[in-house]
Design a protein around this ligand. Structure first.
Ligand code: GCO
Length: 453
């Protein structure tokens, strides 16, 4: 680690750089049947036997729906400038379209007010995977109507919160919804069909494009900004064979360019033509709607991938090299901060978004809660180092000219990690699920010191 990284503090970043942390509705809120919330595809999926680790569900999660005030106090204690959360569509419009549930809107209203009262800027994601089940029953994202329903929902939410939310993010990681949810069956709704995945991806992009002008129109905060968040990987060939080079090009197209190219260039990458064209439901005008100007690109970065070969050409399942000398997280993801630096520079060169935010970055490691004289503590040096080294990578990207505007650590607290249930902990804060106590880990305390300078 460089000397700068050792002594890193927020002073090494531009003065207006935004530091925050991120969560998502289904992962933390619980209260799934409260105040009129309708069921989502993640309720259905997590309650289907065999889909999640230990059969875990988001029924209670971190009980943030009830504990939000205390959670905002925790953010303030850490010293966050901003907080990225997501809004549960089934709380707002329980059946996806039509009747609006005021009590659902009221919850986010209270949350946003509480954040502002504590000087924390709200960044709201409209869709972090919890689609109302009623829409799924009519085909979900494979049905074009869902894109229109999404824009209506965006309208309802922004009419209510458009005077206070600072950052609006339409979708979180549409690649995961399309590929993991529709092609690989690893996320809700759990289908395994290239046809469905390609259609879902297009309708997600369309929903984003339709929602964007609505959000701008309903906004009355002069400094508000509008973007989308993508999961983006840093790929490097696993060796110098032609096969590895080719696999890397294809993996990059499938994982990164599938969403980047339509958003920034108004076209799908042509290397995907043979896989995509038979299924793409493009109608006239769609690509213009999809490629409307963004104020920022949200980047979720976690690891490097080193393709050796494409194992399954239908879903681009890869055979990869996993360097022995590297460290891996509890997810099995290689720790590779340099990949963040290189990814941000590449995005700037190839797509030149007006701004970039790191909307997620963080790591799962096995944590142990221990009691010492001062009370409960969690020593998590691996997570602390992960953060510090990725912060340093972000600093280098800024030095290299990337208009990086902020950084949201995933996650504020341990939470429901999708198919992994509660078996993976990403938090700056340890969630003691039986008691719902939150315990700031060493990494959280380090972040606090970093922010104090
Ligand atoms: C995401 C995320 C989070 C995950 C995190 C760790 O946007 O990928 O959806 O919800 O918990 O990425 O896997």
């Amino acid at each position: 680690m460089s000397q700068e990284a050792m002594s890193l503090s927020r002073a090494a970043f531009p003065a207006n750089f935004v530091w925050g942390s991120a969560t998502a509705s289904y992962q933390i809120e619980g209260a799934v049947r409260e105040d009129g919330r309708g069921p989502s595809i993640w309720d259905t999926y997590s309650h289907t036997p065999g889909k999640t680790s230990e059969g875990d569900t988001g029924d209670i999660a971190c009980d943030h729906y009830h504990l939000y005030k205390q959670d905002v106090a925790l953010m303030r204690e850490i010293g966050l400038d901003s907080y990225r959360f997501s809004i549960a569509w089934p709380r707002i419009i329980p059946t996806g379209r039509g009747v609006v549930n005021q009590k659902g809107l009221d919850f986010y209203d209270r949350l946003v007010d509480e954040l502002l009262k504590n000087d924390i800027q709200p960044y709201a994601t409209l869709y972090h995977w919890d689609l109302p089940q009623t829409l799924q029953d009519a085909g979900g994202w494979t049905n074009r109507v869902t894109a229109e329903a999404f824009a209506e929902y965006a309208d309802v939410v922004s009419r209510r919160l458009g005077d206070r939310v600072k950052g609006w993010i339409t979708l979180n990681e549409p690649w995961c919804s399309a590929a993991l949810g529709h092609m690989m069956g690893m996320h809700a709704p759990g289908s395994r069909s290239v046809h469905d995945g390609v259609r879902a991806g297009h309708h997600l992009l369309l929903g984003h494009g339709l929602a964007l002008p609505t959000l701008r129109r309903n906004n009355s905060r002069p400094d508000a900004e509008f973007g989308i968040t993508l999961s983006l990987n840093y790929f490097e060939p696993g060796d110098d064979t032609a096969e590895a080079q080719e696999a890397t090009i294809m993996a990059d197209a499938f994982s990164n360019r599938w969403f980047l190219d339509p958003l920034f260039k108004g076209v799908y990458p042509d290397v995907l033509d043979s896989m995509f064209n038979p299924h793409l439901p493009i109608q006239s005008g769609d690509m213009e709607i999809i490629s409307g100007a963004l104020d920022f690109l949200g980047v979720n970065y976690y690891f490097r991938s080193m393709p050796l070969a494409v194992e399954d050409a239908n879903t681009f399942t890869l055979k990869t090299r996993q360097p022995k000398e590297s460290q891996y997280t509890h997810m099995g993801w290689e720790v590779y901060p340099e990949g963040l630096h290189k990814l941000l520079v590449r995005l700037h060169q190839d797509y030149a978004p007006a701004k970039q935010y790191i909307t997620e970055n963080g790591s799962a490691f096995i944590d142990t809660l221990i009691e010492d004289q001062s009370g409960p503590v969690v020593h998590d040096p691996d997570r602390l180092n992960y953060l510090r080294n990725h912060f340093e990578a972000a600093r280098l990207a800024i030095r290299d000219g990337v208009p990086l505007a902020g950084y949201f650590v995933w996650s504020l607290m341990d939470n429901f990690e999708w198919a992994y249930g509660y078996s993976r902990r990403f938090g700056l804060t340890y969630t003691d699920y039986p008691t719902q106590r939150r315990i700031l880990k060493d990494s959280g305390k380090w972040y606090q010191q970093f922010l104090r300078g």
